[in-house]
Design a protein around this ligand. Structure first.
Ligand code: MGD
Ligand code: MGD
Ligand code: SF4
Ligand code: MO
Length: 891
C-alpha cells in the first residue's frame, strides 16, 4: 500500500533545486505544489516544476528489462550485463569498458556507479553529461580556489545590488532564481546587467544588455580587471592577504585590454555600454556575477570562469553577503555528481585521481581490490574511442547522448558499432535506447529515494511517493546488483539509499583534517528516520558546522595551500572553429522555457508543448534578408557536420551573424530537428567541455513543395512513415497529437496522401475542401460532433492558425465551426494565438485583445482579466514585452 499523505520532495529538473510538496489527489493522482518552507524557492515554481504532476503517467515508460529488444527479466538482464562487462575486462582490460552517466542521477546512484568503476573495475572511464554542462566551472574553481566550490548562496542573489548574468538565460533556465532577482529589483533597486550575444527573456529585465560577440567573454572580463586596477578599485589588502598571482594575471589581461577601444572592438560592443558596465561593477560592492552555459560551453570556458573570478578576488567581492562569482548549475544533481567525483578526471569526495595519497585514501576507505590510477576518457574522447573500437562495452544511465552530444552523427555511429551497449532509462523509445543491447527500466522521479545538491551546495531529499511501476527499479539498486554479480557483493551490499549516503558522508570526512572543504561527515551517522527527515542543508556539514554553512571563504580560507586563491593569467582565444565563406554564420544553441533537454518527460505534457511546439531558428532581420528567409517559413541550417530543418523566427533580439537553435528535438519527435547533428565537438583544453555554443553555419530557405499540419486524436507515437514526407515534427496535445509536415515534391495525389495521413475511419463525418488550382486542401473528420482529426495541406506554409483548430478539440463542433473549417478562416475572436501562459493556456491574441480593448494596461490587470502569469510566473518576462510593445514607456 502506498502512503497517501503529503510528501516533501525536490524538483526533478533544474539546479535551482526547488522544494515541492506532493499531495494525494483523487484515487491515484498527485498534486505538486511549491514547498513554502524550502529555502531555494519559498513556494515558487516555474512552468516545468508546476507541471511535474502531469509527468507521472506511464505512457511511453520502459517497464521491464529488455534484451535485444525482447522483454526479459531482471535476473537474465543483470547476469548478462555483469557477464559481458566481466568478459570484456578480462579479454581487453579495464580500459575497454565505460559508464556514461548523468547529473540527473541521485547522489546515491552516482556514488555507487563511480565506486564500481574506479575502485572495482579499476579504470576511470566514467564520464557524465556534466562534461557538457559544468566541467569548465569545475576546472575554473579548482584552478582558482583549489577545490570545486560555489562560495555563495541564493540569498546573495537577493541581497546583491548588482547582478551580472553572463551567458545565462535565467528567466527560462533558472526561472525561480530569476524571479528572486526581479523581486530584489523591486524591493531594493537591484540592477541587472546581462552579457549574452542575443537578447533573451532575461535581458528584457536588465538595465543593460551587452550583446557580446560570441566567445569573447575573456577579453571583456580582462578589460574589467585592467580597468578596475587603473581606477584604483582593486582591494590591495585582500589581494596581499588572500591571493597569489595578481601581477601575472593583470599583465596577461593587459594583452587583451590595452584600451577600452580594443576590448569594445574585440567584443563587438559599444564603448559607452562597456564603460557603463565597468562603472556599475566598480561602484557597487555587492556584485554577484552569475554564469552558465554561455561561459562553460566554450573552448575557452575555463578561462572565462577564471577571468570572472579574477575580478571578484581582485576586489574582495567574494564570500560575503550579496557578492561573489556564482556558477548556476544546470541539472538537479550536477553538484552532487561533483561531490561523488563522478567524472573521468576526479576521484571521490573532492579528491584527485592524479594524487597518489588521495588514491590510497579512497582505496583504503573502500577496501577495494584495485584503484584507477589515471584519468579516464572525457565524454568527447570516450565516444571517439568507441568509434575506433577501443571501448567495447558501455553503460549509459540517465542521459540521452545520441541527442545531446556534439557531432552526434558520429556518436550514433560509435554507439551502433560498440559491441555491447546497456541503457538504463525510464523511457522506452529514445534516440539512445535504439542502440541498446540491454535496456534496464529505471525508477523515475517520485518513485525513488535519495538526495540532490543544488547550485548553492544545498542537499535536499528527493522522495518516493508512488509505487514502483512494472518492474522498474532505482538506479542505485541496478548498479549494486550488477556489482554483486561481477563478484563485488560485499562492497555493494546496501539495503537502501540511506546506507549509501552514510558511506558517502563518511568518506568526505575520512582523514580530511580540514584539507577539503567538501565535508559532510556530520551526516554520516544518520539512521533511516533521520535521513528521511533530512532538512535541506548546505555543506560543509561538520561537527563545527552541524547545521551547515551558508557561505564559503568568508575571509579568504581557500582550499589552496596557505588558504590563498589564485589569480589565473588568461588571455582571450577565439573559438575553435571560425566562420568562413561557406559557413559565414555562428550557430548558437540552448534552451526554451517549457522543455527539458531531450523532451522525454516535458515533451509528453500538453501544457508544456505549445509555448514552442517545433524547432525554431532565431535569425536577425539582416541575416534573414541576406539569406532570403521569411518569418514563419522553414529553413535549412547546414554546418560542416550535418543539416537541420527549423522554422524561421526573424527576431530583433538577434545580432547579425549568429543564429540560435533549441537543443530539445530528437529523431524521436522530429525529422532533422536534432541540433547535435550540426554542432562541432571542439573542446576546452582544460575542462574537455565542448564548444556547444559556436559552430560555423549557413542557412537557406527550405523550398518545400507542400506543407501540412495534421491534428489527430489517434496519436501514433511515431514518425509518419509515409513516402514523400521529408519534414515532420510532432507535439503532444491534450488527447491529440499535432504534426507539422512538409515535402520536397508535390504529391502525385493530394487526396491519396490525405487518406494515408488520416487513415480510414468508418462512421465519421468528413468535411473536405479542395482547390486543386491553388493547392489548398482541408479535411476534417468529425465523430459524435467532435473533431477526430483534421488535416490542412497546401503549397503555402501559412495554412491556418493551429491554435484555433487545437481549441476545437474536445468541444462540440458547431455549424459555424464547420463553416469556418471549410472556409479556412476562424470566426472572429476564435483564435487564441500562440501560447504565452502555459499554466492557463492563454494565447498571444487573447492578451493583445485584452490590451487593445482596454481591459488591461499592465501585467497585473492581464492577470486579473485572464489569469495569465498568475501561477508560476514563467511567462512574466514575455508578458512584460507584450505590454511594452503596446504601451511603450517614455524613455
Ligand atoms: N527550460 C529549461 N531550463 C533548464 C534546462 C532545460 O533544458 N530547459 N536545462 C538545465 C541545464 S542542464 C542547464 S546546463 C541550464 C542552462 O542554462 P543557461 O546557460 O542559462 O541556458 P542556455 O540556453 O544553454 O544558454 C545560455 C545563454 O548563453 C548564451 N551564449 C552563447 N554564446 C555565448 C557567449 O559566447 N558568451 C556569452 N556571454 N553568452 C553566450 C546563449 O545565447 C544563451 O542565451 O539550464 C537548466 N534549466
Ligand atoms: N548543442 C547543445 N548541446 C547540448 C547543450 C547545449 O546547450 N547545446 N547542453 C548540454 C547540457 S548542459 C546538458 S546537461 C545535456 C543534457 O542532455 P541529456 O542528459 O542527454 O538530456 P536528458 O533529456 O535530460 O536525458 C536524460 C535521460 O535520462 C532519462 N531519465 C529520467 N529520469 C531517469 C532516472 O531516474 N533514471 C534513469 N536511469 N534515467 C532517467 C530520461 O528519460 C532521458 O532519456 O545536453 C547537452 N547538450
Ligand atoms: S526553477 Fe523550475 S525546473 Fe528549476 S527546480 Fe525550480 S521548479 Fe524545478
Ligand atoms: Mo546542463
Amino acid at each position: 500500500m502506498t502512503l497517501r499523505a503529503p510528501i516533501k520532495t525536490t524538483c526533478a529538473y533544474c539546479g535551482v533545486g526547488c522544494g515541492l510538496v506532493a499531495t494525494p489527489e483523487g484515487a491515484e493522482g498527485w498534486l505538486v505544489t511549491g514547498d513554502p518552507d524550502h529555502p531555494a524557492n519559498a513556494g515558487l515554481l516555474c512552468s516545468k516544476g508546476s507541471a511535474l504532476d502531469q509527468t507521472l503517467g506511464l505512457e511511453g515508460r520502459l517497464l521491464s528489462p529488455r534484451i535485444d529488444g525482447e522483454k526479459s527479466n531482471w535476473d537474465k538482464a543483470l547476469d548478462l550485463v555483469a557477464e559481458k562487462f566481466t568478459a570484456t575486462i578480462k579479454e581487453h582490460g579495464p580500459q575497454s569498458v565505460a559508464f556514461y552517466v548523468s547529473g540527473q542521477l541521485l547522489t546515491e546512484d552516482y556514488y555507487v556507479a563511480n565506486k564500481l568503476m574506479k575502485g572495482f573495475i579499476g579504470a576511470a572511464n566514467i564520464d557524465t553529461n556534466s562534461r557538457l554542462c559544468m566541467s569548465s566551472s569545475v576546472a575554473g574553481h579548482k584552478r582558482a580556489f583549489g577545490e570545486d566550490i560555489v562560495p555563495g548562496n541564493y540569498e546573495d542573489l537577493d541581497q546583491a545590488d548588482l547582478m551580472v548574468l553572463v551567458g545565462s538565460n535565467a528567466a527560462w533556465c533558472h526561472p525561480v532564481l530569476y524571479q528572486r532577482m526581479q523581486a530584489a529589483q523591486e524591493e531594493h533597486g537591484q540592477k541587472m546587467v546581462v552579457i549574452d550575444p542575443r537578447g533573451t527573456a532575461t535581458s528584457q529585465g536588465a538595465e543593460l544588455h551587452l550583446p557580446i560577440k560570441p566567445g569573447t567573454d575573456v577579453a571583456l572580463f580582462n578589460g574589467l580587471f585592467v580597468w578596475l586596477s587603473q581606477q584604483g578599485l582593486v582591494d590591495q589588502s585582500y589581494i596581499s592577504d588572500h591571493t597569489t598571482g595578481f601581477e601575472a594575471a593583470l599583465e596577461a589581461a593587459r594583452v587583451d585590454a590595452q584600451s577600452i577601444d580594443q576590448v569594445a572592438d574585440y567584443c563587438g560592443l559599444e564603448i559607452k555600454d562597456l564603460l557603463k558596465f565597468y562603472e556599475m561593477f566598480g561602484a557597487t560592492k555587492k556584485v554577484v556575477t552569475a554564469f552558465s552555459q554561455g561561459v562553460n560551453q566554450s573552448s575557452s570556458g575555463t578561462d572565462k570562469v577564471n577571468a570572472i573570478i579574477n575580478c571578484h578576488i581582485a576586489t574582495g567581492r567574494i564570500g560575503l553577503a550579496g557578492m561573489g562569482p556564482f556558477s548556476l548549475t544546470g541539472q538537479p544533481n550536477a553538484m552532487g555528481g561533483r561531490e561523488v567525483g563522478g567524472m573521468a578526471n576526479m576521484l571521490a569526495a573532492h579528491m584527485d585521481i592524479d594524487n597518489a595519497a588521495h588514491r590510497d585514501l579512497v582505496q583504503d576507505f573502500w577496501q577495494s581490490p584495485v584503484m584507477a590510477d589515471q584519468q579516464g576518457l572525457k565524454a568527447i574522447d570516450l565516444f571517439d574511442a568507441m568509434g575506433r573500437g577501443d571501448i567495447k562495452a558501455l553503460w549509459v544511465m540517465g542521459t540521452n547522448p545520441a541527442v545531446s552530444l556534439p557531432d552526434v552523427g558520429k556518436v550514433n555511429e560509435a554507439l551502433a558499432k560498440c559491441d555491447f551497449v546497456v541503457v538504463s532509462d525510464i523511457i522506452e523509445q529514445t534516440d539512445t535506447t535504439q542502440h541498446a543491447d540491454v535496456l534496464l527500466p529505471a525508477a523515475g522521479w517520485g518513485e525513488k529515494d535519495g538526495t540532490v545538491t543544488n547550485s548553492e551546495r544545498r542537499i535536499s531529499r528527493q522522495k518516493k511517493f508512488m509505487p514502483l511501476p512494472g518492474e522498474a527499479r532505482p538506479d542505485w539498486w541496478i548498479i549494486c546488483e550488477v556489482a554483486r554479480r561481477m563478484g563485488f557483493g560485499d562492497a555493494f551490499a546496501y539495503d537502501n539509499p540511506a546506507a549509501i549516503f552514510r558511506e558517502h558522508a563518511a568518506l568526505s570526512g575520512y582523514q580530511n583534517d580540514g584539507q577539503r572543504l567538501f565535508d559532510i561527515s556530520a551526516l554520516a551517522n544518520m539512521d533511516e528516520a533521520a535521513y528521511d527527515n533530512l532538512q535541506p542543508i548546505q555543506w560543509p556539514v561538520t561537527s563545527t558546522h552541524p547545521t551547515g554553512t551558508p557561505r564559503c571563504f568568508p575571509a579568504g580560507g581557500f582550499t589552496k595551500p596557505e588558504g590563498r586563491a589564485s589569480f589565473l593569467a588568461v588571455t582571450a582565444r577565439p573559438p575553435g572553429d571560425q566562420p568562413d565563406a561557406d559557413f559565414p554564420l555562428v550557430l548558437n544553441s540552448g534552451r526554451v522555457r517549457d522543455q527539458w533537454h531531450t523532451m522525454t518527460r516535458t515533451g509528453a505534457v500538453p501544457q508544456l508543448s505549445f509555448h514552442m511546439s517545433e524547432p525554431i531558428v532565431d535569425v536577425s532581420p539582416e541575416d534573414a534578408q541576406n539569406s532570403q528567409l521569411q518569418d514563419g517559413a522553414l529553413a535549412k541550417i547546414n554546418t560542416r557536420h550535418g543539416q537541420a530543418i527549423a522554422r524561421v523566427n526573424v527576431s530583433d533580439h538577434m545580432v547579425a551573424g549568429s543564429i540560435f537553435l533549441p537543443i530539445h528535438w530528437s529523431e524521436t519527435n522530429a525529422a532533422q530537428g536534432r541540433v547535435g547533428d550540426l554542432v562541432n565537438a571542439f573542446v576546452d583544453p582544460v575542462s574537455g567541455q565542448p564548444e556547444l555554443k559556436h559552430t560555423p553555419a549557413t542557412i537557406a530557405p527550405y523550398q518545400a513543395a507542400w506543407h501540412a499540419f495534421l491534428l489527430t486524436k489517434a496519436a501514433p507515437n511515431t514518425a509518419p512513415n509515409i513516402d514523400g514526407i521529408d519534414f515532420w515534427v510532432r507535439a503532444q496535445g491534450d488527447g491529440f497529437a499535432l504534426y507539422e509536415l512538409a515535402g520536397d515534391t508535390e504529391p502525385l495525389s493530394w487526396s491519396a496522401l490525405a487518406d494515408q495521413l488520416l487513415g480510414d475511419d468508418d462512421g465519421v463525418e468528413l468535411l473536405a475542401y479542395s482547390d486543386a488550382g491553388r493547392g489548398n486542401y482541408r479535411f476534417a473528420q468529425i465523430r459524435d460532433d467532435q473533431l477526430n482529426a483534421c488535416l490542412i495541406m497546401g503549397r503555402d506554409h501559412h495554412l491556418l492558425p493551429r491554435s484555433w483548430l487545437m481549441s476545437l478539440v474536445g468541444v462540440e463542433i458547431s455549424a459555424l465551426d464547420r463553416q469556418s473549417i471549410l472556409a479556412g478562416r476562424p470566426a472572429k475572436g476564435a483564435d487564441t494565438g500562440a501560447i504565452i501562459c502555459s499554466c492557463f493556456s492563454i494565447g498571444l491574441n487573447q492578451i493583445t485583445d485584452c490590451l487593445k480593448d482596454g481591459r488591461a494596461t499592465n501585467i497585473e490587470e492581464i492577470g486579473k482579466a485572464l489569469s495569465a502569469g498568475t501561477n508560476c510566473g514563467s511567462c512574466l518576462p514575455e508578458l512584460k514585452e507584450i505590454v511594452a510593445a503596446r504601451h511603450p514607456q517614455p524613455a
